[in-house]
Design a protein around this ligand. Structure first.
Ligand SMILES: [Zn+2]
Length: 74
C-alpha cells in the first residue's frame, strides 16, 4: 500500500468522509488532517495544510504529513 492509499484509508475510517469531502473540509478550515506515516502508527491529528514532518502526538516521530500533501493537492 502506498502512502496515499494508507492515508486515505485511515482518514476514511477516522472521519467517515471520502477523499473529496476531506479535501473540501480542509480547504474551508485552513487545517488538514495530519496522518502519521510511521510504520505501524495509525495516528491522525490536525495540522497545517502544508505540514511535512510534523511531530506525531502518539509515536513522537516527525512523520506527520498533511493529507493535502499526501493527496498531491498542494
Ligand atoms: Zn505516529
Amino acid at each position: 500500500m502506498n502512502s496515499r492509499n494508507k492515508a486515505r484509508k485511515i482518514i476514511e475510517d477516522e472521519y467517515g468522509l471520502d477523499e473529496i469531502e476531506i479535501i473540501q473540509m480542509s480547504m474551508e478550515d485552513l487545517q488538514a488532517p495530519g496522518i502519521c506515516m510511521d510504520f505501524g502508527c495509525l495516528n491522525v491529528q490536525d495540522c497545517d495544510q502544508d505540514t511535512r514532518n510534523g511531530i506525531c502526538d502518539v509515536c513522537e516521530n516527525d512523520t506527520v504529513h498533511s493529507y493535502l500533501i499526501l493527496a498531491d493537492m498542494i
